[in-house]
Design a binder for this molecule. Structure first.
Ligand SMILES: O=C1C[C@@](O)(C(=O)O)C[C@@H](O)[C@@H]1O
Length: 253
């Protein structure tokens, strides 16, 4: 099993890493929030750029990235445009989506970019190649905010991300009942044990699924999202509580 090293954080080794999203609208909000992060437990910061008011002007995106990098010091930055199709704030066409992610990777300010795997194989491959060429890692992602696909389908999607050469396959699904949470955990365990040669990230959303955000070390999910000021998806716990539970489990495993 390979791990993914970004700055001083090794994703896929030991206790699951905590990623905190920033969902500010203005530059001021985004930077002000980043400046509070030295007092909370956070391993990786996700900038959810789809919330940013000027996301379609790259010079303004780059201007925020420059100050974010300064505010966050050595904490790795994951750059994510979550499209409205997958639960994000804004819609975007595939070509500008590709350009945005490649420009972010080339800026030198980000450590990882998130690429939605169902954008289209050619575009996904192009983003991954460009990101890798500048030393940036790629989290491939897929989200289903309505339901939980069958176990085999979840495993198939994670495999597809790995085949496309993403560094970290990730899937977030919505449970409609408790059994759906077991389906997600079972798919995670199967992928982790039988197919994955790299870290994966999985979660079942909302309150019903919250257990899946805590037990990654048991079933094989390498990173979990926790909330600081505002959650970016249903079911994210506050980071302090999240850290406590992850450490309690880690001690007993
Ligand atoms: O992909 C994910 C996972 C997530 O949807 C969650 O459920 O925690 C939150 C998003 O911000 C992130 O990009």
């Amino acid at each position: 099993m390979n791990t993914v090293k970004v700055r001083n954080i090794e994703i896929g080794a030991g206790i699951p890493k905590i990623c905190v999203p920033i969902v500010g609208v203005t530059k001021e909000e985004i930077i002000a929030e980043a400046k509070t992060f030295d007092s909370i437990p956070v391993d990786v910061v996700e900038w959810r750029v789809d919330w940013f008011e000027n996301v379609f002007e790259f010079d303004k995106v780059e201007d925020v990235l420059k100050d974010l990098r300064e505010a966050l010091g050595e904490t790795p930055i994951l750059f994510t445009f979550r499209t409205s199709k997958e639960g994000g704030e804004k819609a975007i066409e595939p070509e500008p989506y590709k350009e945005l992610n490649i420009q972010a990777a080339k800026s030198g300010y980000v450590d990882l970019v998130d690429v939605e795997v169902f954008t289209g194989d050619e575009i996904v491959k192009e983003i991954i190649e460009n990101a890798h060429a500048c030393g940036v890692k790629v989290v491939a992602s897929n989200h289903d905010f309505d339901k939980t696909p069958e176990k085999d389908e979840i495993v198939r999607r994670l495999q597809k991300m790995q085949e496309l050469n993403a560094d970290i396959p990730k899937i977030a699904v919505m449970p409609t009942c408790k059994k759906d949470v077991l389906t997600l955990l079972s798919a995670t365990e199967e992928m982790y044990i039988n197919y994955a040669d790299r870290p994966i990230i999985t979660m079942s959303m909302a309150g019903t699924g919250v257990i899946s955000r805590l037990c990654g070390e048991v079933f094989g999910s390498a990173l979990t999202f926790g909330a600081a000021k505002k959650a970016s998806a249903p079911g994210q716990m506050g980071v302090e509580d999240l850290k406590t539970v992850l450490e309690l489990l880690h001690k007993s495993l």
